[in-house]
Ligand binder design. Structure first.
Ligand code: F42
Length: 147
C-alpha cells in the first residue's frame, strides 16, 4: 500500500487549505509562493499523529543538495504547529516542490546540526529570525532526506 494514502482532511486555516488546493491543482505551477510574493513554498503531505488522516502542510522552501528543512515557526506563536507531532509520530512524508513530488523521511534536529541548519533557514528566509524572537519556544526543525 502506498505509504501516504488515506482520507485527506484539509487544514482548519482557510488560506492554507486554499493554497494547497491551487498548488496541487496546477501541479505546483500556481500558488507556489507565500501570498503570491517571491518566496517559494513546498507542500508536505503528512499523516496525523492522532487521527491517522492525511494532512498537507505548505512551508517555506528551504533546500540544500536535495535535502529540505521543515521549520515549525507558525509565525512565532507560543505553541508548536501540530504538524510537528505528526512528523515526530510518522516521519515518512511526501514533499512536492513545483511539479516534483517525492518521499522523504523527517528527522528532528538538535545541537550543532540544528544550529547549522537554523542559520541556513534564516539566511534563506530572514522572517524566521523575527519569528524566533517572538517566542521562547525553540522552533523545531526537521531535516527531510530522500527515502
Ligand atoms: C491549522 C492547523 O495546522 P498546524 O498543523 O498546526 O500548522 C499550522 C501552520 O504551521 C500550517 O498551517 C502551515 O502550513 C502554515 N505555514 C507555515 N507554517 C510554519 O510553521 N512554517 C512555515 O514556514 C510556513 C510557511 C507557509 C507558507 C504558505 C502557507 O500557506 C502556510 C505556511 C491544523 O490544520 N489543525 C488541525 C489538526 C491538524 C493535525 O495534523 N492533527 C493531527 C493531530 C496532531 C496532534 O498530535 O495534536 C491529526 O490529524 O492526528 C485541526 O485543528 O483540526
Amino acid at each position: 500500500m502506498h505509504e501516504l494514502e488515506g482520507e485527506y482532511v484539509p487544514s482548519t486555516a482557510g488560506w492554507v487549505r486554499d493554497q494547497v488546493e491551487a498548488f496541487e491543482a496546477s501541479g505546483g505551477a500556481e500558488a507556489n509562493t507565500l501570498r503570491g510574493g517571491g518566496d517559494p513554498i513546498v507542500v508536505i503531505t503528512n499523516r496525523g499523529a492522532k487521527t491517522g488522516k492525511i494532512r498537507k502542510t505548505p512551508l517555506m522552501r528551504v533546500e540544500k543538495d536535495g535535502v529540505y528543512l521543515a521549520v515549525g515557526s507558525r509565525g512565532g506563536a507560543q505553541k508548536n504547529p501540530v504538524w510537528v507531532y505528526n512528523f515526530r509520530a510518522n516521519p515518512r512524508v511526501e514533499l512536492q516542490d513545483g511539479p516534483v513530488r517525492k518521499a522523504y523521511v523527517a528527522r528532528e534536529l538538535s545541537g550543532d546540526e540544528r544550529a547549522e541548519w537554523w542559520e541556513y533557514a534564516v539566511a534563506t528566509w530572514s522572517t524566521y529570525g523575527e519569528y524566533q524572537k517572538r517566542t521562547d519556544r525553540q522552533i523545531p526543525l526537521f531535516l527531510l532526506e530522500p527515502e
